[in-house]
Design a protein around this ligand. Structure first.
Ligand SMILES: *Cc1c(COP(=O)(O)O)cnc(C)c1O
Length: 395
């Protein structure tokens, strides 16, 4: 178990987010003074004597110094006491579900990451866990869905792809009064924009693959919690299941988190500008971005986030083919799944990330045929705007 609060070089100084991003969990290497945490590429450690490991280092599935540095860094960024890293975001979510047993119930948002939904319905449902999906922005719906056996409420905010916002404080209050823990997948917001533990949530989930890694070159996941006993249970599953990241991947994510605050500022700035451009475009019928005043979650987002993020969804007028054509015609925006890298991406959920949802259900859930989702990178906004314009206007 990896408390973030035991040995920071920058402890006591590292109050600001940017300072924590650069320093937390990463004192210079004691052997050489190397500023960057070394990639400890090893599986085992010589012990002083049988059952006398040095500083708890017995075997690298259980503990690795590069991973530990990342776990401490992420815990500090999320205002948490404990961080745990995994081989992917889904491995992290799976570890949360390891807390459950047959007969338990989970309430989850109804606009979830598809892989999370698949894990719930195609795996855990087979083991006697039941799931109810509600729009967590609707607190009466959440209240109505809670049962005596509800153990977890699983939230995403902003959601994917419709960028809906839920009030995490209110969700936590209702869930706690029913005896359930609140899990928040904070992948879209990142701790720079939103820190769910400060808002009353119990477990923060990340896909490190997205903004935290930030460069589209690594798959990883993390959990951050405050409660010592919960952290110990999750660390037990981390070791018992073994879906841990390698040290090279941890190193890459540590490189990413150092510039998280700089990248997020730019992602937000560009997204705000492109959202305004899209609103004014005659070929665009809807724009989903929490930074727009008429977004239904705008006031809550303004209160619980420090910015509105780098993701925008919008609807072009026309059919599925029209939507696909816009994604195909974009040149700077690469047509690709995923998000959160320095390069801009565009995707067409109806034919890509959300293609597995039957067409009637998809439309009923507000995923229009012409829906497109963009991840705004850190290129020049002028160029990005020109590229969107030509892609939308191309016939
Ligand atoms: C990508 C993503 C995941 C899954 O993470 P992987 O690293 O791909 O396993 C989970 N939640 C959200 C919101 C995501 O965007």
């Amino acid at each position: 178990m990896n408390s973030s609060h035991d040995s920071h070089a920058a402890d006591g100084l590292a109050d600001g987010f940017g300072t924590r991003a650069v320093h937390a969990g990463q004192p210079p290497d004691p052997l050489t003074g190397a500023l960057m945490v070394p990639i400890y590429q090893n599986s085992t450690y010589r012990q002083r004597a049988p059952a006398e490991p040095i500083d708890g280092y017995e075997y690298a599935r259980t503990k690795n110094p590069t991973r530990l540095a990342l776990e401490r860094n992420l815990a500090a960024l999320e205002s948490g006491r404990h961080g745990l890293c995994f081989a992917s975001g889904l491995a992290a979510i799976n570890t949360v579900l390891n807390l459950l047993k047959s007969g338990d119930h989970v309430v989850a948002g109804d606009d979830l990451y598809g892989g999370t939904w698949r894990l719930f319905e195609k795996l855990y449902a087979n083991f006697g866990v039941t799931f109810t999906y509600v729009d967590l922005a609707d607190l009466a719906a959440l209240q109505g869905a809670l049962r005596p056996n509800t153990r977890l409420v699983f939230a995403e905010t902003p959601t994917n792809p419709l960028l809906r916002i839920c009030d995490l404080r209110a969700v936590a209050r209702l869930a706690h009064s029913a005896g359930a823990k609140v899990v928040c997948d904070n992948t879209f917001a990142t701790p720079f924009l939103q820190r769910p533990l400060e808002l009353g949530c119990d477990i923060v989930v990340h896909s490190l693959t997205k903004y935290l890694g930030g460069h589209s070159d690594v798959i990883g996941g993390a959990l951050i919690v405050n409660d010592d006993e919960l952290a110990a249970r999750l660390a037990f599953f981390q070791n018992a299941v073994g879906a841990v990241p390698g040290p090279q991947d941890c190193f890459l994510v540590l490189r990413g988190t150092k510039t998280l605050h700089l990248r997020m500022e730019r992602h937000c700035q560009t997204a705000q500008r492109l959202a305004r451009f899209l609103v004014a475009h005659p070929q665009v019928s809807k724009v989903y971005y929490p930074g727009l005043r008429d977004h239904p979650g705008h006031a809550i987002a303004a209160a619980q986030m420090n910015g509105f993020g780098g993701m925008i969804s919008f609807v072009v007028k026309g059919d599925v083919e029209r939507g696909k054509r816009v994604a195909a015609r974009a040149r700077l925006f690469a047509c690709a799944e995923s998000l959160g890298g320095v390069e801009s991406l565009i995707e067409h959920p109806p034919s890509m990330t959300h293609a597995s949802i039957p067409v009637e259900l998809r439309r009923a859930r507000g995923l229009d045929d012409g829906l497109l989702r963009i991840s705004c990178g850190v290129e020049d906004a002028d160029d990005l705007e020109r590229d969107l314009a030509q892609a939308i206007e191309a016939r």
